[in-house]
Ligand binder design. Structure first.
Ligand SMILES: Nc1ncnc2c1ncn2[C@@H]1O[C@H](COP(=O)(O)OP(=O)(O)OP(=O)(O)O)[C@@H](O)[C@H]1O
Ligand SMILES: [Mg+2]
Length: 513
């Protein structure tokens, strides 16, 4: 008997519809899966056979042929177990295939017939919804993650027998429900607060600007000045994730298997700080079975690269394109996948191997050769992609001892939120949410300058030897500074502050010239 069960395959973070056709007929016993299954799908035969037996059903005696259509796209992963298993049970009369067309089934089987927690379920259910399916059955451990998708009924199942009963109309599965908006408003990890950081007013201001416009920022200064400390506090001032952003972030984390049944949805902006020994593939994604890299795991959040010059040069260089495009594209023989990576890059570094070049607190002991070699590990093109370059000098003693009330993360966040609100309103319908993502046309439209401001920028462009990219990045930062100021117009003080954030390479990178 022939049966058909729907499921979803994954390519990158997007799903495609797969029809699992199962035919059981008399003749020589056999079990074949066709339709470009990968090694994992091929292995599923043994899992399914044992799971069916251990659930109390009999594996049919005849010849079983399973076809995964469309046959020309490679199918990878263990979550085809469930649809194939159910196809066999439908074809052998244990369950009715009548209601099957409106369902998608996703899940990996354990040998005892239970459904295991699977990776990538959220993106699969999102695409099931987009393809018009009404109902999805997933492992119970993935039910909460999948239930955030509105418009599709999600049922969590413990094991194969529960699903068979569901389709027989006895003991129907219960629909999973979750209220993500409520969770989003409640979740915030407030352990690290800017109130702990003494002095460093200029750095804090620059970080506020970066957070308000989603700009990349580089902190440079001597050891122990608080660069790592400042960077780690940035999540506390970023705007809350919106529902759509949370879905996108969870999709990527779901594919990487970085969510668990206890925390099925990512509710906070990611903050990733990979160690500097990370490989190029680890940072930007790829591999034989392509996986998102750290830059995509930071999507809609922060990628923090501490001790920037210690990173492998090839790893840093591959970040260049993704940083510009907000997307990583990986090409493999099996096809092209692409992962979003709209991140705020935060980098921290010392200006030289001993750490004290350019510092007032201590003399630098490095030769100019050594300094050059060290600092040039961070290439010009990479530096050019960072909107704000900020010096974090040693904290002076008065600041350390001062009892003056310091500004808290909550106060900064309020200003950041206000500036972001202005941006959301202004860019409504353009698919852009923050100034850092402005396209050249939008820069022209929203960052126009008066004569005086123009003259100032022209002077800086020529005297600092800026690139065209630096020019447009200065305009974006100036737009953010004006937004923080609640000003529709970009005026001289906004543009000059933005230029100030691009002048550090004069001091550190070009000190020999
Ligand atoms: N501005 C500051 N206010 C309060 N404490 C500070 C400040 N700066 C540094 N500290 C203290 O010094 C410790 C070290 O700071 P941090 O690790 O941020 O320095 P760093 O600039 O990253 O140094 P390195 O260049 O060696 O990585 C912090 O954990 C904190 O206790
Ligand atoms: Mg540090």
């Amino acid at each position: 008997m022939l049966s058909q069960v729907n499921t979803i395959g994954l390519m990158g973070i997007d799903g495609f519809s797969v029809k699992v056709e199962t035919d059981v007929s008399g003749g020589m016993p056999g079990f074949d899966i066709v339709g470009l299954p990968d090694a994992v799908v091929k292995e599923s035969k043994e899992r399914i056979r044992t799971a069916i037996k251990n659930s109390g059903y009999k594996m049919p005696n005849g010849r079983i042929i399973v076809n995964l259509a469309p046959a020309n796209i490679k199918k990878a992963g263990a979550y085809f177990d469930l649809p194939i298993g159910m196809g066999i049970l439908c074809s052998s009369g244990y369950a009715s295939a009548k209601d099957m067309p409106e369902y998608v089934l996703i899940g990996e089987l354990a040998l005892n017939g239970e459904l295991c927690f699977s990776t990538g379920v959220l993106p699969m259910v999102i695409s099931a919804y987009q393809k018009g399916f009404k109902k999805a059955i997933v492992p119970i451990a993935n039910a909460e993650e999948a239930a955030v998708v509105e418009g599709i009924e999600v049922y969590g199942a413990k094991n194969l027998a529960d699903i068979v009963n569901h389709f027989r109309g006895v003991n129907k599965l219960e629909r999973a429900k979750v209220d993500i908006s409520e969770k989003l408003s409640k979740t915030r990890d407030n352990t690290l607060d800017f109130i702990d950081v003494k002095g460093q007013y200029a750095a804090k201001r620059a970080i506020e600007v970066a957070a308000a416009g989603g700009h990349n920022i580089l902190l440079i200064g001597p050891p122990g000045s608080g660069k790592t400390m400042l960077a780690q506090r940035i999540p506390s001032i970023l705007p809350d994730l919106t529902f759509d952003e949370a879905l996108e972030v969870t999709k990527i984390h779901s594919i990487s298997g970085e969510i668990s049944p206890d925390a099925p949805i990512i509710l906070q902006r990611p903050f990733r700080s990979p160690h500097h020994t990370i490989s190029a593939v680890g940072l930007s994604g790829g591999g034989a079975n392509p996986k998102p890299g750290e830059i995509s795991m930071s999507h809609n959040g922060v990628l923090f690269l501490d001790e920037l010059p210690e990173f492998r040069k090839d790893a840093l260089e591959v970040l260049r394109q993704p940083l510009e495009d907000g997307r990583v594209t990986i090409t493999r023989v099996s096809g092209t996948v692409s992962y979003p990576c709209n991140v705020m890059l935060i980098a921290a570094m010392n200006p030289c191997p001993c750490g004290y070049f350019g510092s007032n607190s201590r003399a630098c002991t490095c030769s100019s050769d050594k300094i050059n070699k060290y600092i040039n590990k961070v290439s010009g093109p990479l530096l050019d992609r960072v909107d704000l370059h900020v010096e974090v000098p040693a904290v002076n003693y008065e600041d350390l001892e001062s009892n003056e009330k310091r500004v808290s993360s909550a106060e900064i966040k309020e200003r950041v939120d206000n500036a972001r609100k202005i941006q959301t309103e202004r860019y409504k319908g353009t698919g852009i949410y923050s100034n850092s993502n402005l396209t050249p046309e939008l820069i022209e439209k929203y960052c126009s300058l008066g004569d005086e401001e123009n003259a100032l920028l022209k002077g800086a462009y020529e005297s600092l030897g800026l690139s065209a990219r630096a020019h447009s990045r200065i305009l974006k930062v100036a737009r953010t500074i004006a937004d923080l100021d609640g000003s529709e117009r970009i005026n001289v003080s906004h543009i000059s502050e933005a230029i100030g954030y691009r002048s550090l390479d004069r001091k550190f990178w070009l000190q020999q010239g």
